[in-house]
Design a protein around this ligand. Structure first.
Ligand code: ZN
Length: 333
C-alpha cells in the first residue's frame, strides 16, 4: 500500500515536472551553471563570477561568430544552464534559438547588447547596412559598453545567487577600476598617433563603437554583409579611396584571413597588418593575456605601432583577469 502510494506520487511529480518544460541537470556543486556565447563575453562574466559559477563558452575562439551554428552537444549545455548570456543585436541568432528551445524551468536568457544601447545609438555601416536590418553588434570593443555588460552580469548573479553577492560586487568594482584605467590608457595611446593617421580601414567591421570614443574614423570595411569576399568593383573603389585619403594601413583580422586584403594593400601602397581581433582572445586559456583586457590592449598596441603612435603607452597594462587565471572556464575551442 505504502509503496504504491510512493509510486503514484512519483509519477504525478514527473508528469508535473514534464509539464514545465525541460528539467535539465542542476549543477552538483550548487553553483550556478552559466553559459555564454563569444569569448569576450564569456571572459567578462568570468571576471565577475570567478570560480563561484560554472561557466562555459559556446562559440569556439577563432571561428566566425556571425555565422556560427551551435553543435548538437551545445543543446545539452544550454538545457543544463541556469543563465545564458548573449550579445544579441542579431549576433548569435541560431544559438539563441537553440537556447530558447532547450531552456529549462527557472532558467533565463540575458541579452546584453539591447540593455546597453537603444536603437537611436545603433550603428549601421559598410558590413551592417540598414537595408539588411541588423545593426553592427560589436559593442564590446568599446570598454564603456563592456563595463555595462559587467554591470548587468553583476546584477544578474547577485539576484540569482545572493549568498555570494559581496564577491560579485567586489569583482565588479575591481573590473570597473581596471576599465577606467584602460580607457585612459587607450586615450593616451590613440592621442599619440598623428591626427591624420587616426583612421581605421579594417577587413572585419568591429570597431564601429570603439572608434568614435577615441577620436578615430572608420573609413571603411572590406567584408560585405553576407561575409563573402568583396566584388572586383568594391576592391577597385577601396584602392582608390585608400590612395585618395592616404590611409596608412589596412587591418585584417585573426579570424578572417583574406587574400583580397593583401592585394588591396599591395596595390594601394598601404601597410597590411593581419592580426586585429574582436572575439578571439590572445594567448591560450590559463595565460594572463587570455582576457578581455588582453584583447583590447593587443588591438590598441597594434594600431599605435602601425599608425605611428607610441605603443609603449599601453604595453604594460595589467591584462590579467580580476579573479586570476581562467582555466576553470570551459571554452569550446
Ligand atoms: Zn565580429
Amino acid at each position: 500500500m505504502k509503496s504504491r502510494l510512493i509510486l503514484s506520487l512519483t509519477s504525478v511529480l514527473s508528469i508535473w515536472m514534464a509539464g514545465c518544460g525541460p528539467v535539465g541537470n542542476p549543477s552538483q556543486d550548487g553553483k550556478l551553471n552559466v553559459v555564454a556565447t563569444v569569448s569576450p563575453i564569456t571572459n567578462i562574466i568570468y571576471n565577475i563570477g570567478g570560480e563561484n559559477i560554472n561557466i562555459s563558452g559556446i562559440v569556439p575562439e577563432g571561428v566566425n561568430s556571425h555565422t556560427f551554428e551551435p553543435a548538437p552537444s551545445d543543446a545539452r549545455k544550454l538545457a543544463d544552464a541556469d543563465l545564458i548570456f548573449a550579445n544579441g543585436l542579431d549576433l548569435e541568432d541560431p544559438t539563441l534559438d537553440l537556447a530558447r528551445a532547450n531552456l529549462r524551468e527557472g532558467a533565463e536568457i540575458v541579452v546584453l547588447g539591447e540593455q546597453t544601447i537603444g536603437p537611436d545609438e545603433y550603428v549601421y555601416d559598410f558590413s551592417f547596412p540598414k537595408e539588411v536590418g541588423s545593426p553592427n553588434p560589436h559593442l564590446w570593443p568599446n570598454p564603456i559598453f563592456a563595463l555595462r555588460y559587467a554591470e548587468i552580469t553583476r546584477d544578474t548573479l547577485v539576484r540569482r545567487d545572493p549568498a555570494n553577492a559581496d564577491y560579485y560586487k567586489e569583482n565588479y568594482d575591481k573590473f570597473k577600476d581596471r576599465i577606467d584605467t584602460l580607457d585612459e590608457a587607450i586615450k593616451a595611446t590613440i592621442n599619440s598617433i598623428p591626427e591624420n593617421h587616426r583612421k581605421l580601414l579594417t577587413y572585419h567591421d568591429s570597431f564601429a563603437y570603439f572608434a568614435p570614443r577615441y577620436g578615430m574614423t572608420v573609413i571603411g570595411a572590406i567584408q560585405p554583409s553576407d561575409f563573402a569576399e568583396p566584388s572586383a568593383k568594391d576592391v577597385a573603389d577601396l584602392i582608390t579611396q585608400i590612395r585618395d585619403e592616404k590611409v596608412p594601413a589596412v587591418f585584417g583580422s585573426e579570424v578572417f584571413p583574406s587574400p583580397v586584403l593583401e592585394q588591396i594593400a599591395k596595390e594601394s601602397g598601404a601597410k597590411y597588418v593581419s592580426d586585429l581581433r574582436d572575439d578571439d582572445l590572445p594567448g591560450a586559456p590559463g595565460e594572463d593575456k587570455h582576457s578581455y583586457f588582453g584583447l583590447i590592449v593587443e588591438d590598441v598596441r597594434i594600431m599605435a605601432e602601425t599608425l605611428g603612435g607610441n605603443p609603449a603607452l599601453i604595453a604594460d597594462f595589467d591584462v590579467s583577469n580580476v579573479p586570476g587565471k581562467d582555466q576553470a572556464v570551459e571554452q569550446n575551442q
